[in-house]
Design a protein around this ligand. Structure first.
Ligand code: GAR
Length: 197
């Protein structure tokens, strides 16, 4: 039976689109819901256009109460009974308790060559450091931020004159290749990393 995949987004959802579009034919998984923490996030309309159920759990009314936000998020997720959760540009930090509830089932894509540059402003930090390469990483989500076993990585050269925006634009198409490839392998029970670029 196909695995059920929930995808969490906060923004435009281009990675979500590439994941949804990959889950056809002999793919071992199918999307079951796209959830945003931002009302009106561009990715919600895209998911609807692709025929995937959507939901929104706005984090704002919960203020600093992460546990209550995550309880509401979990209520939506459990209603769709996912086997796998893909964070795809989901910009909320999740508590260790929430992560523990989905142990071994949750993936994330992060725009850096982890373990380098956890957190935000990854491309600016890679350029600032004078790195020769940058890229993106798909990893299993564990309690520590942007940590956890690496399932795939794609690298690109940093060119002279690159800005965070030009670098992000060059890396994004690699994200769209890497995440579907890593998800397909993960859904098939493969944990060895895949490397692109
Ligand atoms: C992607 O570049 C993703 O790697 C990044 O947000 C972007 C979302 O774009 N994720 C993070 O920074 C997570 N910390 P998308 O909404 O078009 O997929």
């Amino acid at each position: 039976m196909n695995k059920r995949v929930a995808i969490l987004i906060s923004g435009g959802g281009s990675n979500m689109v590439s994941l949804v579009q990959s889950m056809t034919g002999d793919h071992p998984a199918r999307p079951c819901v796209v959830v945003s923490n931002v009302p009106g996030a561009g990715g919600l309309a895209k998911a609807e256009g692709l025929g995937v159920p959507t939901a929104c759990v706005d984090h704002k009314p919960f203020g600093k109460d992460r546990e209550r936000f995550e309880k509401a998020l979990n209520d939506v997720l459990h209603a769709h009974a996912p086997d796998i959760i893909c964070l795809a540009g989901f910009m909320r930090i999740l508590t260790p308790d929430f992560v523990a509830g989905w142990e071994g089932q949750m993936l994330n894509i992060h725009p850096s060559l982890l373990p380098l540059y956890k957190g935000l402003n990854t491309h600016a930090r890679a350029i600032e450091a004078g790195d020769a390469q940058a890229g993106c990483t798909v990893h299993e989500v564990t309690a520590a931020l942007d940590d956890g076993p690496i399932l795939g990585q794609a690298r690109v050269d940093i060119a002279p004159g690159d800005t965070p925006d030009t670098l992000a634009a060059r890396i994004l198409p690699f994200e769209h290749q890497l995440y579907p490839a890593a998800l397909r392998r993960f859904a098939n029970g493969e944990r060895t990393p895949i490397y692109l670029g």
